[in-house]
Design a protein around this ligand. Sequence first.
Ligand SMILES: Nc1ncnc2c1ncn2[C@@H]1O[C@H](COP(=O)(O)OP(=O)(O)O)[C@@H](O)[C@H]1O
Ligand SMILES: [Mg+2]
Length: 371
Amino acid sequence: MKAVAILYGGRSGEHEVSLISAASIVKNLSREKYSITLIGIAKDGKWYLQDMPAFASDEISMAGMPAIQKSKRVMVLPGAGLWYESSASRYKKLPCDIVFPVLHGTFGEDGTVQGLLECADLPYVGAGVLGSSIGMDKAVTKALWAEKNLPITDYLVVRAEEMKRPDIQTFLTRKIEARFGWPCFVKPACAGSSVGASKVSASESLLEALHSAFLYDNKVLIEQFIPAREIECAVLGNENPVVFAPGEIIPTHEFYDYEAKYKDPEGARLEVPAKLLPSQEETIKKLALEAYTALTLHGMARVDFFMDKRTGNIMLNEVNTIPGFTAISMYPRMCRAGGLSYPELLDRLLDLGEEEYAKRQKIAYSFSNES
Ligand SMILES: Nc1ncnc2c1ncn2[C@@H]1O[C@H](COP(=O)(O)OP(=O)(O)O)[C@@H](O)[C@H]1O
Ligand SMILES: [Mg+2]
């Protein structure tokens, strides 16, 4: 039996989605192979041990999810794993062979939790510290892809300090018009779930869009707006990752906004596999693997693309290193369509996490010239 600690919730706009992803994972993990511990992270960032019945229900929905129980604190002890409060101010070590962070967005998908787990000397599922933080930052992601000549949408980066310029609107308008013109798309560099993202049709509405994006990050991207088919691809593995046939998100809204993602049941249709020509599918799969490697990823990632409806051009958009994991989420669905069942996918992810940990163990962390 392997002791798996599932980390979920978290200090993120995607806290609720994480609860549903975690519930699906718990439901699909083999009870013969794994003993499961649930660790819920409250919205204030504190960690607590959770009872298993929290996830007993078959009907898992955002509205019906139990809140994080805040009785037994969990702490991370550098060099010594996870501990929980067994009685007032007394801590016991939690049995844990590997951690599965099921945290979307900030303080979970961005390298922070991964760093904490490395300090605690624990194996974990998914991308490492560097890959996670690169993947969270859309500007750094694009810079690395551009360096490898991978196709991306044209973009500009705006930093919060620049907004103090009295001529910021004309300054940016000039840049936008010189590069790609209107409409353009404004979004925070490090956020998710489409929060703070908007389409801008003309210079007059640029500042408002920037202000909403700057609520979520100190760095904002202005991109060329692409009327596109949204194609996603699942990549799984460490040194030799595999890629699955792409799927498609068909939003009914003007773009795949927060409402379409989580609020409106008719907000989008998912098509797995996506209807593509064999040559288009091949291109997307090849790019997905190159994109994954360029960002130093391991474990898993969902690589998202735009396919321009006018020209058919294929461009990389972003990666998610801890993609949605509900039963109907794209990542597990694309794997299932490729012959890897949800429980098999979980087995594989845990194995990959242990493999990465074993590799890190072989690195020398001290230097001695005495021998
Ligand atoms: N350059 C763009 N042109 C057109 N639509 C875009 C563009 N960038 C993002 N979008 C739309 O906004 C959604 C969210 O943007 P995305 O970059 O995927 O960020 P996240 O999903 O992390 O919030 C996309 O799924 C797409 O519908
Ligand atoms: Mg996205």
